[in-house]
Every structure is written in C-alpha cells, then in structure tokens.
Design a protein around this ligand. Structure first.
Ligand code: CAA
Length: 394
C-alpha cells in the first residue's frame, strides 16, 4: 500500500519585517542577516494570532485542497513547541474550529522542531497498519519562534504552520518505509516553563544539528542499502533540510556531501537544495513547520520535473531527535502545490517598521492573560481570555 501526503496547507502571519531594516536598527551590517544567515524577511504574528489560529488556517487549506470533509479525519495531531496550554492540546482547539468529528484521535506532540515529523511518521504507520480504515490523518506543524529583542537569535525568529493530510492516496509524496533516526540528550536549545522566549546555545546548536544529520544519514543508509558506487545522496532529486535559517541548509548540505566523499560539496547546492529555500527565506523559522515549508517551496518553485523521483528530507529537533527519511514525488504534485499560490500568500503580507515590530513583540508578552476583546473582525482570531478560557472568533 502506498502511504503519504495527499495534500498540504500553509499559513503565515499577515505581517513581516525586512531583515535588512532590523540589521540597521541593531547596528549590524545587513549582509550578516541577509547573506550571512540567508533570511530576507521574518514573519511577525499580530496579537490576534497564535499557534491555534495558524494551525486552523493551514489545516483548512489542506482539507480544501484535497476536497476532504472534516468528517473524514480520523486522527488530528498538532506538533508544536509553542503550545497555548499546559494540559489542553492545541489540536483540541483546532478540532472545534475546523468542525472535525468526535470520532477522531486528537492530541499534541512535542519534541522541539521534530514534533511534527514524529506525528507525521506515526500517522503514516497508522495508515499502513490498516487502522485508518479509509480515514485520513491531519498532522499540523504550528509554531511561533521567539528568542526576544536584541538577542543573537532575534534574526532567526518567524512563525507559521504547515498542515499535512496523510492517507493511502499520496497525491503529493509517497513515503518510503526507510528512515534513519538519531537521538541524543543535549542542551542546545530549550524553553523553560517560566519563559516565553527560547534559550539557545547558538553555535553549539549548529554543531548538534550537524552531528544529528550525520547520525541520521548513516542510519538511513543502513536501512535503504547501498547506492551503486555513486555519491550516496545522488539517489535524491532534491534534499529538504530543517531550515531554522537559510544558511543552516547550506551548512547541512556541505556536511552531507562531504560525508559522501564529495570534494566540491557546494557545487550541487543550487541543484539539490536551492528551490526549497525560496519560501522559508521570506518567513524565517517556523520550528516544527520549517522543513515542511521548505518542501512546499521545492514543489512550488522548482523548475525541475520531480514526478516519480525520490527526494530526501531531514528533520531536526533540538534536545535532540532527528530523522532522515525519503519519499517519491507524485506525478501531479508540483501542479497541485503551485495551485495553492503560496508565493502570492507571502506577497499579500504587510511590511512593519522596526518600531511596529518591537511594539508587537512587547505586547505579545502579555497575550495569554489579555482580557478577551470581542470586537468584530475577519477570519479565525485569538480574542484573549475570560475566566481562564481562551476565546477564538471563527
Ligand atoms: N556579510 C555576509 N555575511 C556575514 C556578515 C556580512 N557583513 N557578517 C557576518 N556574516 C556571516 C558569518 O560569517 C556567519 O556565516 P557562517 O555561519 O557561514 O560562518 C553568519 O553571518 C552568522 O554570523 P555569526 O555566526 O557571527 O552570528 P551570531 O553569532 O550572531 O549567531 C546564530 C548566529 C548562532 C545562528 C544565532 O542567530 C542563533 O543563535 N540562532 C538561533 C539558533 C539556531 O537557529 N540554531 C540552528 C541549529 S538548531 C535548530 O535548527 C533547531 C531550531 O530550529 C532552533
């Protein structure tokens, strides 16, 4: 049985900041953020946006793209590291707002940026095992990445959600059974219970990411077998890496090709990785959704025909757990994802000044206790709280 992605959906906040402007305000050469980190624009969520609202919009897009009724979802999982409650999962709010049936497993997964991948691969096994009985799994990766003002991590923030509909009709990507996993207890990036901002040992986190890539890649090779004497990664028509910022994908690719014995590891970068960075470069880090926005970017912007070709995907979650897995692109996948008009979605956003961005960041610190404001507005919105309950407008 083929199992994989039937459709996907993407949501990003309606505003962003140009990183060249932020660099100037921080007294840093713009080249450091734009070329050095490989990010041009960073998504900034307004006060009525949270992990739930992003997840709902992405989820709705994925359901509509597949023509799938909310009643046909038998498992709804939100992978996130920026949940809105210690007990009630983001997925329960999403279930209510999307009108998903009561006959559905609903829960949240957490392992930093790997949380969505954990959910996706579990969902794929649920379908493979026959437990889905014709139903689909809706896996949504949703996060708001926040390090705080004037920190080294500041230019690597962002926000957004990517929803993945998983079924036995993989019209985008049929997942292979082969995967390579690597997990190690490290303190590279975390967020203590008392903090809204992540804590990170930045340069160490890059080392941990690359170590995990190496471990997962070796494990994948053991699972998938040898590659006829060619550089191993040439079995992939494209490689999609977890992308906290664009430059990290370049570092990852250089490391992976060096492991392959490639003396010119950068030469294959544009061919194998370039198209996956077009959208992430304009949004910043989505944490759990980052690698899946990179996948959407590949399918939207690649000029290569990818139909029936295998691609590799590398997911990394700090702390840490990583997995390298692969899948075969479906014949109609590129046309289907192009039809979502994701580039236009990004173009419709509003540019913020540095002052507006800073004001939003400061105001967001109190949003979990903010009294509900029920004045009229459009779309799904977080209104604030009343009697310790979060309220949403549909
Ligand atoms: N023009 C062009 N490039 C320039 C430049 C200029 N004027 N000035 C500096 N640069 C380059 C530097 O050479 C460097 O490039 P290389 O990495 O290729 O050497 C790059 O800009 C960044 O410079 P620094 O390393 O000096 O930057 P920094 O010390 O301020 O911190 C960072 C960079 C560690 C990534 C920091 O932003 C951070 O901590 N980010 C959050 C952590 C993170 O994203 N980690 C990624 C791995 S963990 C993970 O993936 C999970 C997750 O999602 C968090």
């Amino acid at each position: 049985m083929k199992v994989g992605l039937e459709s996907l959906g993407v949501a990003v906040p309606p505003a962003y900041i140009e990183l060249a402007l932020l660099a100037e305000a921080r007294g840093v050469a713009p080249g450091k953020y734009v070329e050095g980190l490989g990010v041009t624009r960073m998504a900034v969520p307004p006060l009525d946006e949270d992990t739930v609202t992003l997840a709902v919009r992405a989820g709705r897009m994925a359901l509509e793209a597949a023509g799938c009724s909310p009643d046909d979802v038998g498992m709804l999982v939100v992978g996130t590291e920026t949940a809105v409650d210690h007990s009630k999962p983001v997925a329960s709010f999403v279930q209510g707002l999307l009108g998903i049936s009561t006959r559905c497993r609903v829960f949240e997964t957490k392992h930093a940026c790997y949380g969505g991948t954990a959910a996706l691969l579990l969902a794929a096994d649920w379908v493979r095992a026959g437990s889905a009985k014709g139903k689909r799994a809706l896996v949504i990766c949703s996060d708001i990445a926040r390090y705080g003002l004037n920190t080294p991590g500041e230019p690597t923030q962002g926000a957004g959600a990517v929803a993945l509909l998983v079924s036995d009709q993989p019209k985008l990507l049929a997942l292979d059974a082969d995967t390579g996993v690597y997990a190690k207890d490290v303190m590279d990036f975390w967020r203590p219970l008392y903090s809204k901002d992540a804590v990170v040992d930045g340069h160490y986190s890059v080392t941990c990411y690359l170590d995990a890539l190496e471990g997962a890649y070796r494990a994948y090779q053991e699972s998938a077998g040898d590659a006829d004497g060619k550089p191993y990664s040439d079995r992939f028509a494209a490689l999609v890496y977890h992308v906290p910022y664009g430059k990290m994908s370049r570092k990852a690719h250089r490391h992976l090709r060096t492991l392959d014995g490639d003396a010119e590891p950068d030469e294959s970068f544009d061919r194998l990785v370039g198209a996956s960075l077009t959208l992430p470069r304009q949004v910043g880090n989505l944490y759990t959704g980052s690698m899946y926005l990179a996948l959407a970017s590949l399918l939207t912007t690649s000029t290569e025909p990818l139909a029936n070709r295998r691609i590799g995907l590398f997911s990394y979650g700090s702390g840490s757990c990583a997995e390298l897995y692969s899948g075969v692109v479906a014949p109609e996948a590129q046309a289907r994802v192009k039809a979502l008009n994701l580039e236009a979605l990004l173009e419709r956003r509003r540019a913020l000044t540095v002052a507006e961005y800073e004001e939003t960041m400061r105001a967001r610190e109190g949003i979990d206790e903010r009294p509900a404001d029920e004045s009229p507005g459009e779309g799904v919105r977080y209104l604030g709280t009343r009697d310790h309950r979060r309220l949403y407008a549909r």
